[in-house]
Design a protein around this ligand. Sequence first.
Ligand code: ATP
Length: 372
Amino acid sequence: MAKVSLKNVYKRYEGGFVAVSDFNLEIEDKEFIILVGPSGCGKSTTLRMVAGLEDITEGEIYIGDKLVNDVPPKDRDIAMVFQNYALYPHMTVFDNMAFGLKLRKIPKDEIKRRVEEAAKILEISHLLERKPKALSGGQRQRVALGRAIVRNPKVFLMDEPLSNLDAKLRVQMRVEITKLHQRLATTIIYVTHDQTEAMTMGTRIVVMKDGVVQQVDDPTKIYQHPVNTFVAGFIGMPPMNFVDSTLTEENGKLYVSFAGTRLALPSAKYDNNTVRAYIGKNIILGLRPETISDAQEEVAKGRETHATFQANVDVLERLGAETYLYVSVDNENLVARVDPTTSATKVNDQIELVVSTDRIVLFDKETEKTII
Ligand code: ATP
């Protein structure tokens, strides 16, 4: 069983800087866990503590059922893949992959079998006799993965393994690593600052900020039910729109208003005591770009368009499958997603937009925590 547990783990660097604070997580066997957050949030430090490359100041780390606080990295049954693949330039691909096994005095036949098997999985069998300089970036990264696979570790630790690759290769390797996880059925802990990698690869995502875990959930929950404005703004591209608003009640119905617009909140979802406690207060409205659309498009699709407002189109971003409109209304700047096949909108148009009010997220303005 390759469970990994972190219990009340802290990392304080000399001088007292707290890089990781009270980190608690139970990683199940075969999980693909992603640690994600902005630069400096402590994700690499956390991974390095699991690897044993960094001492922990406080707390306990278990791999399987074994407490590993004082176990050296080489005895932790882990394999680590870094962003700079650190291949030995003078060695062939085969020797690069075999190196760790030779050090462990594994018999030659066994080494050959493991390297060939890993090469086959990674589709680099034809490259085994080449030197790293004769490989593309993606191929080198496969060799680095191969070097980890041959060790047959309980847990793979990956620290931004794709960040040196160009955008297209990154997408390709994202799929490759996901397939690899399915095929090897092992536990992977993967660090990235790229929210797309987090969303597409992880079975669960750990969002960190300033050394503190903000939320641990599967990608859908993280996206649909972020616990605070930080998670809501970090996950999703373009990010969620945040709008200052006030919650009001009229004839028993709840409304949120912003920039001269008043939207009725669907009672079934929003009318409860938690939300009602905010009546008369300032709150933050969270609107994902896909919840704001062109009202004309919606009418054409036969949908009802109650919650509409007028905005000016400042910038159009055409991505092919979708178009993003950067619009302004009073002092608010918002991003809306429209269908490029039906929208005839141009820059500087006044456009009527409609909000899917059943998908609004409300945040407490002071704590920035999610109300609903
Ligand atoms: P990045 O995406 O930039 O790699 P990260 O989330 O992985 O960021 P860490 O490398 O874990 O961040 O660093 C967390 C914090 O700890 C940073 O503010 C960093 O400056 C600090 N830090 C890292 N190593 C040391 C050290 N040896 N001494 C003091 N502070 C350190």
